[in-house]
Design a protein. Structure first.
Length: 166
């Protein structure tokens, strides 16, 4: 069972001015897919705080998968992708590219997501959009393949496919 940390990035949510619905939706989806939620935090749209949360989770081996929601749009305070790139050691562009491509089959606005995905130590960090609907669509689309990536990342599996015979 993979351990998952969930970080909601929201100025209003961190002040209690808005109820976080996306974090609980992430929790529901991952637990339905056999993952374990080990923590859920809400922070404001402050790059340093987001980076700190990511580094503490990865460096302390608190979770295998760290999912964020919020802060991936065009607003001036949307800094989650920049924080993610700062915290990461390796980029994983295919996952957010796949999410954007899938989102665009639902709405052309899917192209406006700036979400990123990185690896830090043995933790995969993935940005999800902020809306509940978008979280559901994107996470349900990629969740089936995340397990294999986590198997490789954490050393539970050593091969990424069947070798070809020549």
């Amino acid at each position: 069972m993979y351990r998952v940390g969930i970080l909601t990035v929201s100025d209003k949510g961190s002040k209690g001015e808005r109820i976080d619905e996306s974090g609980p939706e992430i929790k529901r989806i991952i637990e339905e897919n056999g993952y374990e939620t080990v923590f859920m935090h809400i922070v404001p749209d402050e790059k340093d705080e987001i980076v700190r949360e990511m580094k503490e989770a990865a460096d302390g081996n608190l979770c295998d998968l760290f999912l964020t929601t919020g802060g991936t749009g065009f607003a001036e305070r949307d800094v989650t992708p920049e924080a993610t790139l700062e915290a990461g050691e390796k980029r994983v562009p295919g996952i957010p590219e796949a999410m954007r491509a899938y989102s665009m089959t639902i709405t052309p606005r899917g192209m406006l997501s700036r979400g990123e995905c990185v690896i830090r130590k043995k933790t995969l960090i993935l940005n999800l959009p902020g809306s509940v609907k978008s979280v559901r669509e994107n996470l349900e689309y990629v969740i089936g393949n995340l397990g294999h990536g986590l198997d490789i990342l954490t050393g539970r599996d050593s091969e990424c496919g069947t070798p070809h015979k020549h």
